[in-house]
Write a protein that binds this ligand. Structure first.
Ligand SMILES: [Mg+2]
Length: 173
């Protein structure tokens, strides 16, 4: 199927966290409290997705309060943390939200993401993902995780689906 046809069917964009929404680094303070950094442009693009009617989600293998905070801030409704078996969680998400594979775009970075990347209607990964991951995706971003990869993926979806000019209208003034 053509990439544009795949993109036209997408209603829901789902993100891995570590290595995609973040650079993959996990920082601890002396109390064991975890820190991650997120890119402001990724957040803004997620808001743009919502503005034109897309749904968003997170499936992450780890469990972190900072992720819950970021998801809440960005109004990401489907939040699945501690997803050791990402495929099982992905199927659970499909059931809960009445979704089919063709509606879901997913971006990941590591081997744990492969089963989901193989099923999602549109699959993407970051540029430094290993070859086994890169083989399974439709799009490899130029930006690295935590440096705008998610935003780049979102822009591609919004452009191919024809939403971009409508979004940009309010800024061309
Ligand atoms: Mg990851």
């Amino acid at each position: 199927m053509r990439l544009q046809d795949k993109i036209q069917r997408i209603t829901t964009v789902v993100f891995d966290v570590d290595g995609v929404l973040s650079d993959g680094k996990i920082t601890y303070d002396i109390h064991g409290v975890e820190y991650k950094s997120f890119h402001v442009r990724d957040g803004h693009r997620i808001k743009l997705l919502h503005r034109v009617g897309y749904h968003t989600g997170i499936i992450t293998g780890r469990h972190s309060p900072v992720v819950a905070h970021r998801a809440k801030e960005l109004e990401i409704k489907m939040l699945y943390q501690g997803a050791i078996d990402k495929l099982a969680v992905y199927e659970q998400m499909k059931n809960e939200y009445q979704l089919v594979d063709e509606q879901i775009a997913y971006i990941g970075d590591d081997i744990i993401d492969i089963p989901v990347l193989r099923r999602a209607g549109l699959a993407a990964c970051v540029p430094d993902a290993i070859e086994d991951v890169r083989r399974e995706v439709d799009i490899i971003t130029q930006c690295r995780g935590g440096e705008g990869a998610a935003g780049e993926f979102i822009e591609r979806i919004l452009q191919e689906a024809g939403h971009w000019p409508i979004i940009m209208e309010r800024y061309w003034r």
